[in-house]
Design a protein around this ligand. Sequence first.
Ligand SMILES: *Cc1c(COP(=O)(O)O)cnc(C)c1O
Length: 464
Amino acid sequence: MTLITNHMPTEELQRLDAAHHMHPFTTGDDLAKKGARVITRAKGSTLTDSDGNDILDGMAGLWCVNIGYGRDELAEVAARQMRELPYYNTFFQTTHVPVIALAERLAELAPGDLNHVFFSNSGSEANDTNIRIVRTYWQEKGQPEKTVIISRKNAYHGSSVASSALGGMAGMHAQSGMIPDIHHIDQPNWWSEGGDMSPEDFGLERAQQLEKAILELGENRVAAFIAEPIQGAGGVIVPPSTYWPEIQRICDKYEILLIADEVICGFGRTGNWFGSQTMGIKPDMMTVAKGLSSGYAPISASIVNEDIAAVLGACEFNHGYTYSGHPVAAAVALENLRILDEEGIVTHAANELAPYLKEKFESLGDHPMVGEVKVVGMMGSLALTPDKTTRAKFAADVGTVGFMVRERCFANNLIMRHVGDRMVISPPLVITKAEIDMLSARARKALDEGYENVKAAGLFKAMS
Ligand SMILES: *Cc1c(COP(=O)(O)O)cnc(C)c1O
């Protein structure tokens, strides 16, 4: 056995990584050739790699480190909880203090009568749980034929077999197949799919696809509609203003359960505690994960309203994970929520940082390769295009140009991801204004360098 430490040369760590570690959502052979970047430490909004480079994390890890890196309080709470009660389950008529306290706190924070919490360990598992909750709910109400869940193309709801089927990522469906009774409608992505329509008309058309689907599938068959208030992994797609009010109207009219997948939008990301508040919707259930613990421990939850809790409460719900409501993860999440609240991190991000980020990020809109720029709260995206007026796609496979710009971000010590040919950001909510300046300066440099490479490769032209 090799003793592997931070002090090993980077190439040696990369060689060992390539030899034994399979990376998620990665072409392993390509990565093995160039070597993964080895992250060794982090503080605030800054990562440090094994060569000593400081990298500004414009993505808060994977949209999750809302509180920033390096909070000792969370480490201390975890250590204390591990000593006191490292594990116990909540299956067999038992409970423990961290899970009681976290459920109570989430009921307090969540809007309306979303007052009951079922814990899982990841967003994927929580969405699997949601599928079981809604189908059980309708069975118990004497309507067992209500099993269909409607979702959207290009939605992200996780990577397990069920949650990836629920999501709308074609590449994932192609590899692992579908599960029964999931139906997808089109996404409200005006930039890419809006054609000649105004954003408002397009938003309505996309929302009304839900009504069409309900009528086609049969009102008696549709159990729920699930959506992210703002699509995250799909490219930070902000729906037109007409979209959500119409979706809410349709869900109310046909008594379809509305599930808000708040895994990214929750805990301050959009300028409120939850994206549902920002988008003005009243979900019956919410999925939360990521920012719940700021990524310091794996934990997620399904938060349901009084009605669903009452129906589920009357039967034995045959579901649960060994680590549902894990005491260490629950204690860490609770401490994270305490700090986000008591230090005013959510309100400071909403009132001070978000307007500044919007101004700085939108200033990139004058770049020759940048089309629309969208920022809501502390998440944003920009669309790359060879022609801003026609919103054209590049004459290359989708994502080719985005990847070329992402490479220049990496080279300039900025983590900004690409989703197809959109660049996305979601920095820690504790990023400073000086760091926002740095983020936009590095993003501009990466865009400039990417632009030169794109032109040199003959790719700066519209798809015909
Ligand atoms: C990340 C994400 C998930 C999946 O969460 P995991 O913890 O990776 O399983 C689900 N829904 C949304 C909206 C997400 O962004």
